[in-house]
Write a protein that binds this ligand. Sequence first.
Ligand SMILES: Cc1cc2nc3c(=O)[nH]c(=O)nc-3n(C[C@H](O)[C@H](O)[C@H](O)COP(=O)(O)OP(=O)(O)OC[C@H]3O[C@@H](n4cnc5c(N)ncnc54)[C@H](O)[C@@H]3O)c2cc1C
Ligand code: SF4
Length: 326
Amino acid sequence: MQSFSLAHPDSVDAACAAAAGADTAFIAGGTDLMQLMKQEVERPSHLVDLDGVLSDAVETRPDGLRIGALARMADVAAHPEVRRHYRAVSEALLSAASPQIRNMGTIGGNLLQRTRCNYFRDPGFAACNKRAPGSGCAAIHGENRLLGVFGNSASCIATHPSDLPVVLAALNATIELQGPNGAQRSVEIGDFYRLPDDAPQLETVLRPGELIVAVLVPASAAARRSHYLKIRDRASFEFALVSCAVALDVRDGSVRDVRLALGGVAQKPWRLPRVEAALQDGPASNDAFVTAAARVGDGAQPASQNAFKVKLAQRAVLRALQTVAA
Ligand SMILES: Cc1cc2nc3c(=O)[nH]c(=O)nc-3n(C[C@H](O)[C@H](O)[C@H](O)COP(=O)(O)OP(=O)(O)OC[C@H]3O[C@@H](n4cnc5c(N)ncnc54)[C@H](O)[C@@H]3O)c2cc1C
Ligand code: SF4
């Protein structure tokens, strides 16, 4: 593992300034970054510790939820107001990793966890455009059962492995950012992650030295009736093969608002606008759910070993809708 210096700034401005140079990375809980550094996938020479710099507060207000980027996954999952009004947020976090990792891992770090593509995580494989731009992609003609079926490119077919962003996509969350010189901006979660295109090494719209400060989740009737379903090879301590976040508002038997997002299938949480449109203002009936879920695979481009994910995604959407409507 490459040796590194560790800075302990005492403000957001100082942290952004400290991270503006090359070869520098922020560190929060360290549960992903340290693993990548030990495997020499990432080799920063300077780390900037975010402990004490960012808020770890979970604030519930009438208009929504604000989660400080340094909040621990376990604390957010257990927060009574989150469980009551944003159930899928809690469900997604509780489905992630292990209790030990959730005690250390932060919300900001979870949003920025790197892909679990095995070729990316093992520098013994030379070809990985995400780790070494221009080197090729070993997965396209290799082991790709766990990889993407939507938004793939000729350069990369990796998926984003985190559970929480899938729910944040369905709940129309916004990410609050702060960069060097005090520059602040907000980005909708749908615009935060990039598709691989021809630059898979760029996974988000974050600029150099920019920090995630907080996540904002608007309050809504659909958020109160939300659910996260995760399907994986084993029941715990495992990443999603396919997951589905649903937020549903039903009144007088009719769908007033529905948001659906898939995880485990693309480099970003995959919203399903056609499925949502098929359900909007229609009956909240099983027949309607079955008809709408049949459209889940529209636009899918599976790789050689993962066409099963398309069928799995259809079933996940149907089951998530049935669960939340019951
Ligand atoms: C065995 C194992 C199983 C796991 N299973 C799951 C799972 O099923 N689902 C799931 O969602 N996750 C899973 N995880 C991943 C785990 O949730 C992440 O490692 C954790 O969320 C990362 O948070 P962290 O604070 O430790 O991030 P760190 O490791 O500290 O940082 C991760 C990245 O984010 C950057 N960063 C951190 N905070 C900020 C910030 N505020 N602003 C800008 N950049 C920042 C860092 O520079 C780094 O690049 C698993 C991890 C392991 C080891
Ligand atoms: S799918 Fe992406 S991350 Fe995996 S080997 Fe190909 S380029 Fe690398």
